[in-house]
Design a protein around this ligand. Structure first.
Ligand code: SF4
Ligand code: SF4
Length: 345
């Protein structure tokens, strides 16, 4: 089904039976050498502490092929995806699968040797960057001095890569400890023509408690809204940014996404509060997986102010907007995905 029909399905028809994802996310490995203080899945566990059983490349490629059958946009993430042992073999297989968008997220610390393979298939290359303060960045990453220098070098190498088909994006996690640093990170991105996305730190699925009534936090999103209105490459619409600023409730539509673990298991209904419901290659139909998930785990949770991420919030706004805001919502839905996404933390 094409993306427009899928969108209409989610907006008007979702009957609880079918699963038509608009975006898929493949966590190819949970391994990560960094120790970012905010790293957390929906249950508050850092990704690097999760059971990690990545597939051999032939099986991972089969998973990608199966994902492509259901969806033409994919995020390849982790953990740190460059630590997947056979990353280049997977990347080499992607062009034949003809995804419309391939988004690759990375800390950037160990990217250079994969750059040629990334350049051939990735459309959006997303670097995590939370501060330009070297001491702070190195301490947060936890792998020794010189880490930020290395990351900035990788970003420069990506920028200089002549064969690249990708746009570069900088993705920041807003924490109570780095808000003042983020203006500089935004300027760094803007001065070089990169996209910029900022998502609040989540503790489990909830925004960090320190953001409640926090004027410094609100001021930063006001600044991004202003930059957006002046034509800056800030991810999301002004509506989306206002939701991040105000941390308002929204109605999530988890079946707009298909999230697959390193072991090839599909999460029902979502990664954040989900459960592995079945090995993707065992199911011809995602509708069967949704049915199985419902039988085992019941209806998706009725969530309120949580999971303020490009996927959960971005898709929710696109689906829920009244017609007058539909155009703005669609910008997130179809254009925004191309421009930047991060699923980290
Ligand atoms: S947030 Fe990302 S880069 Fe940082 S420790 Fe977690 S998986 Fe690694
Ligand atoms: S808000 Fe959405 S992504 Fe988050 S737990 Fe609820 S259903 Fe899952």
């Amino acid at each position: 089904m094409n993306p427009v029909l899928k969108y209409l399905h989610h907006k008007f028809l979702d009957d609880g039976q079918r699963w038509y994802p608009l975006l898929s996310v493949f966590y190819i490995t949970y391994e990560c050498k960094f120790r970012c203080p905010y790293c957390s899945d929906g249950f508050g566990r850092p990704y690097h502490a999760l059971d990690n059983t990545p597939l051999a490349s032939a099986e991972a490629i089969a998973i990608l092929r199966r994902i492509r059958r259901h969806c033409d946009r994919i995020v390849i993430t982790g953990g740190e995806p460059t630590l997947y042992p056979e990353l280049d073999a997977i990347l080499e297989a992607i062009p034949d699968l003809r995804f419309a968008d391939v988004i690759f997220t990375t800390s950037g610390a160990d990217l250079s040797r994969h750059l040629p393979a990334i350049a051939r298939c990735v459309t959006s290359l997303v670097f995590s960057l939370d501060t330009l303060n070297h001491d702070k960045a190195d301490a947060w990453a936890g792998v020794g001095p010189g880490t930020l220098q290395k990351i900035l070098g990788s970003i420069e190498a990506a920028r200089a890569c002549k064969e690249a088909q990708f746009d570069i994006h900088i993705s920041s996690v807003v924490t109570p400890e780095n808000i003042s640093d983020l203006y500089g990170v935004y300027r760094y991105a803007a001065d070089r023509g990169y996209g910029f996305a900022a998502s609040p730190q989540l503790v489990g699925v909830k925004p960090h408690g320190a953001f409640e009534d926090n004027q410094e936090y609100r001021r930063f999103y006001d600044y991004l809204i202003q930059e957006k209105q002046r034509g800056g490459r800030v991810f999301g619409t002004t509506l989306y940014l206002r939701h991040l600023r105000d941390l308002t409730s929204f109605r999530c539509h988890p079946f707009t996404m298909l999230v697959v673990s390193p072991a090839g298991e599909v999460f029902y209904p979502c990664l954040e509060r989900g459960h592995p419901v079945g090995y993707l290659l065992d199911y011809e139909s995602l509708h069967d997986l949704r049915k199985k998930g419902y039988e085992q785990f019941g209806l998706p949770p009725k969530c309120q102010s949580q999971c303020q991420s490009p996927c959960a919030l971005g898709f929710a706004l696109a689906i829920e907007n009244p017609p007058s805001l539909l155009v703005e919502g669609c910008t997130i839905f179809f254009g925004g995905v191309r421009r930047a996404l991060t699923l980290h933390a």
